[in-house]
Write a protein that binds this ligand. Structure first.
Ligand code: FAD
Length: 488
């Protein structure tokens, strides 16, 4: 190993890449920009205002661990620190005599503020401070509608995006000068970040469901393209079909970039003569839904809390603590909802259609504020993402962009019958109903005493009676939602 990257005084200079939600080597413009200049150190800072939770901390720990090994192999040490990035980074830059710092942009309000402060500090300095675009297909301000504003409706945005040439991913090239280790008084070990410790055991149930890291994400994408994409459009709504990519946590942590995904879909489509295949188009559109949610995160203040549609200010929500707890625990007595909430608790993820069903039940039938449901999802999903989660909860509640209209209230029974026809999904996550005839699997309260007894189900004893009447609560929701219609 050599340290050849010297400045005019003969003191070696180094480049820093500050990694955040871009835990990968491939298509990482910030990492590549640093490596192109020479010797590079990567740093990950656990910031005090990070909203990570046990589910995501578990993922983060393993992702950083994998990344540290991968970076070490190419001569880039990854170090860790904890504290306010605005304090740590300048000290680290000075301590390491760094000549440049790079990062990929993030889009949360807090993130933009912190990054802006650091940029300002280095504005007229000898230290080059540069942010790059790495986590989206296009910047949220780049895709414009005919009026020059940003898109508030998805379909025209998708159409517009397809007319643009998506930038090619940046392949990784290792720096000419490798660095073996970093001496610093500011850094700590990955273990000292305390992302997982022996007091936290909930994540243990996630372990069998996931392979974490960049290499795993790439394999998953390839397998998805080869085995599932042609069936994706038809299969993606069926909970037990296993037809979706499950790439969302990998995308959230930046183990794979959307540009890599787009590029590989296009290469796959081209080599298999599938350019216009509905599966390809549909999967691309989902990646663009992700972009759409990042546009919303960027353009609307406090999207996690404030309804985008201002007519929802003062909406008559009712926070019934008991019902909310039943929802969180998967004990509502409505099988498809309970299955989804338990899948979430045990695996850290939930099928998209079931997310819509449980969110609709919470915000419409139960009239519990969408912010409460969104917070629970943020606390429990391994793919919890400020942009996608907020935009989707606002969408289901009816106050978001291009939102589901207020009168669209999912009926969990008919949804279950349509997308989990034989009850496989419910039986997997709600084993109490394992032996119930499929005719009643989505509405056990309709089964006769005889059928329930035959299946070993005692409503109110080993499986709850429904916490609400679906028909009456639907009517109540429509009345409450009339509030929005009546706002000027
Ligand atoms: C109430 C609610 C909350 C949600 N919260 C999140 C969240 O915190 N994080 C998250 O990544 N997704 C969220 N979604 C969107 C969606 O449910 C997940 O992205 C999807 O289920 C992940 O599974 P997958 O990777 O197999 O998706 P696939 O069907 O394989 O889709 C590929 C990718 O497209 C993106 N995508 C798909 N659907 C959406 C969507 N509706 N909005 C934004 N991006 C999308 C994701 O990055 C996903 O990985 C939420 C949806 C709802 C209804």
């Amino acid at each position: 190993m050599q340290n050849m990257n010297c400045n005019f005084k003969g003191v070696y200079v180094t480049n820093i890449v500050w990694l955040r939600d871009d835990l990968r080597l491939q298509d990482n413009p910030a990492l590549q920009s640093a490596c192109d200049r020479g010797e590079t150190i990567a740093i990950y800072i656990k910031e005090p205002n990070d909203t990570k939770t046990e589910a995501r901390d578990w993922w983060l720990h393993h992702s950083l661990n994998k990344l540290q090994t991968a970076l070490k192999n190419v001569g880039v040490p990854l170090v860790f620190a904890e504290g306010n990035a605005c304090n740590i980074l300048p000290q680290f830059i000075e301590e390491q005599n760094a000549s440049a710092i790079f990062w990929n942009r993030r889009y949360t309000e807090k993130g933009i503020k912190t990054d802006g402060e650091i940029k300002t500090k280095y504005k007229d300095s000898k230290v080059l401070c540069q942010s790059c675009m790495g986590n989206l297909l296009f910047e949220p301000w780049e895709i414009k509608n005919k009026q020059g504003g940003f898109f508030k409706v998805f379909t025209p945005m998708f159409k517009e995006l397809l007319t643009l040439k998506t930038p090619k991913p940046v392949p990784f090239t290792q720096p000419k000068e490798m660095r073996e280790r970093v001496q610093s008084t500011l850094t700590c070990t990955l273990e000292e970040l305390n992302l997982i410790n022996s007091n936290k055991i909930w994540h243990k149930s996630f372990e069998p469901h996931w392979e974490i890291g960049e290499a795993a994400a790439e394999i998953k994408l390839q397998k998805f393209l080869e085995e599932k994409i042609t069936h994706y459009k038809k299969g993606r709504d069926f909970m037990s079909d296993n037809s979706t990519s499950t790439l969302s946590p990998h995308l959230h942590f930046g183990e794979i970039s959307p540009r890599t995904i787009f590029d590989e879909i296009e290469a796959f489509a081209l080599s298999n003569n599938l350019e216009n295949h509905e599966g390809i188009q549909c999967f691309k559109s989902e990646i663009v839904w992700r972009e759409f949610s990042y546009q919303q995160l960027f353009h609307y203040e406090q999207i996690e809390q404030k309804p985008i549609n201002e007519k929802f200010k003062g909406f008559p929500w009712e926070l019934d603590a008991e019902k909310f707890t039943a929802w969180k625990k998967g004990l509502t007595g409505i099988p498809i909802v309970d299955a989804g909430m338990r899948e979430l608790w045990q695996t850290g993820i939930m099928h998209n259609r079931v997310r819509m069903i449980v969110a609709s039940l919470l915000t419409k039938n139960l009239l519990i504020p969408w912010q409460e449901g969104a917070k629970w999802f943020m606390d429990t999903l391994v793919d919890a993402d400020e942009a996608a989660n907020s935009a989707n909860w606002q969408w289901v509640a009816g106050c978001g962009l291009d939102a589901s209209p207020y009168f669209r209230i999912f009926n969990p029974v008919t949804q279950g019958e349509k997308f989990d026809t034989d009850g496989t999904y419910v039986k997997k996550w709600v084993p109490e109903l394992q032996d119930l005839d499929k005719k009643y699997i989505h509405q056990p309260w309709e089964a006769s005493e005889f059928d329930l007894k035959l299946a070993g189900v005692e409503l109110g004893k080993n499986y709850p009676k429904p916490i609400i009447n679906l028909k009456a609560s639907r009517e109540r929701a429509l009345e409450a939602y009339a509030f929005v219609k009546n706002q000027a």
